[in-house]
Ligand binder design. Structure first.
Ligand code: NAD
Ligand code: DAU
Length: 331
């Protein structure tokens, strides 16, 4: 398959490209990435000889048309992704997430190319903290933040292009990922690298908010399964049934790094902070036979901590600027 991977120099996209090179050497991969603050060439260094990297904007219609015309399928990861950044300045989120997806849809429509669109569970809003309800493929959209609203808008465009133009597309909405190459602005890498650089971890509010954590390789194995076997026009929810409160995750990190579990600061909470996300992955398991491989959270977290400890050259050039930005927001 000739694959175009947008956002392939970001966290999940780079892991997807690396695992595809390993597991599907028959595929030809082109990455389209704007190399924003969140993208890095070095995340693709281990596979640089096997992949073509094109630096460019997914909202650049001429470039996207050219690249799409030369591929069999597109896996669309490119997006602005950090909720706190969206709260400070929503504009790039509208550009990359909404206009970028629109641009891609027009190109796949013109060239009859298969699209898999990567989305998030945040489009469904949040759930009660103490409830047992989980998101399913039929949960109504109810986004809370500029980020999740822009992703919801993108998903709606994909659905409309499927229905109106018969575009061959699938959508997946996944829960919170963790693993190698995640930007240090995000929760788990931020806390790990705070400890590694002698800073104290920072917890928003009381830390009661719940996220449903999945290892990035499990997200990507599900994406590949959907790309190969998913039904056209379908939406699939990806999750590993691993709900944890933020304080529980933070204290697990402190314990695994040999620190006192109370050695952290409570900081200003996020505006409009979603309480709880939880995915019901039954459809993916029953229809496509997908199950996650990283089922021991402590083991996967330990391996992730080890990766950050072993790869300071990848994240340390980013760290001070990220912490300066957080400090200005009281976080
Ligand atoms: P990331 O921020 O680490 O990477 C995003 C990548 O997209 C970067 O390489 C960036 O340079 C690129 N990009 C941004 N705007 C672009 C543009 N206009 N044109 C071309 N490239 C552009 O993000 P991530 O965490 O890897 O997320 C990837 C996708 O997965 C996103 O669509 C996100 O919404 C979705 N998602 C993420 C999670 C998560 O927990 N991280 C969970 C579910 C879904
Ligand atoms: O659910 C999927 C989503 O997960 C993706 O769509 C987003 O792109 C991705 O960024 C992530 O969004 P979250 O907002 O859940 O992730 P984040 O890592 O920013 O924060 C996770 C939780 O930890 C959240 O409740 C906020 C909290 N937090 C975050 C940071 C950075 C802290 O308590 N302290 C922190 O320093």
């Amino acid at each position: 398959m000739r694959l175009l991977v947008t956002g392939g120099a970001g966290f999940i996209g780079a892991n997807f490209v690396q695992s595809t090179v390993r597991e599907h050497p028959e595929d030809e991969i082109t990455v389209l990435d704007a190399l924003t603050y969140a993208g890095s060439r070095t995340a693709l260094a281990p596979v640089e000889d096997a992949v073509e990297l094109v630096e460019g904007d997914v909202a650049d219609a001429a470039l996207v048309d050219k690249l799409v015309s030369a591929c069999d399928a597109v896996v669309h990861f490119a997006a602005e992704t950090h909720v706190d950044n969206a709260l400070s300045d929503p504009s790039p989120f509208l550009h990359s997430n909404v206009m970028g997806t629109f641009t891609l849809l027009e190109a796949v429509r013109k060239h009859g190319v298969r699209l898999h669109h990567i989305s998030t569970d945040e489009v469904y809003g949040d759930l009660d903290l103490d409830g047992s309800e989980r998101f399913t493929e039929t949960t109504p959209y109810n986004p809370s933040s500029p980020y999740s609203a822009s992703k919801a808008g993108a998903d709606m465009l994909v659905r409309a292009w499927v229905r109106s133009y018969g575009v061959r597309a699938t959508i997946s909405n996944c829960s919170n990922n963790f693993g190698p190459y995640q930007h240090v602005e995000k929760f788990i890498p931020r806390q790990v690298t705070n400890i590694l650089t002698g800073r104290r971890p920072k917890l928003y509010g009381t830390g009661a908010n719940v996220r449903d954590w999945i290892h990035v390789d499990d997200h990507n194995s599900a994406v590949r399964r959907i790309l190969d076997q998913g039904g056209m026009g379908r939406t699939y929810l990806i999750g590993a049934s691993n709900e944890r409160s933020n304080i529980t995750v933070l204290q697990a990190i402190l314990r695994l790094m040999g620190r006192d579990p109370d050695d952290f600061d409570h900081v200003t909470d996020r505006a409009g902070h979603d309480l709880r996300y939880a995915i019901d992955p039954t459809v993916l398991r029953d229809e496509l036979g997908w199950t996650p491989a990283h089922t021991d959270f402590d083991d996967a977290l330990r391996a992730t901590i080890d990766w950050y400890r072993d790869n300071p050259q990848w994240w340390s050039p980013l760290k001070d600027a990220v912490e300066d930005r957080y400090a200005k927001r009281g976080q």
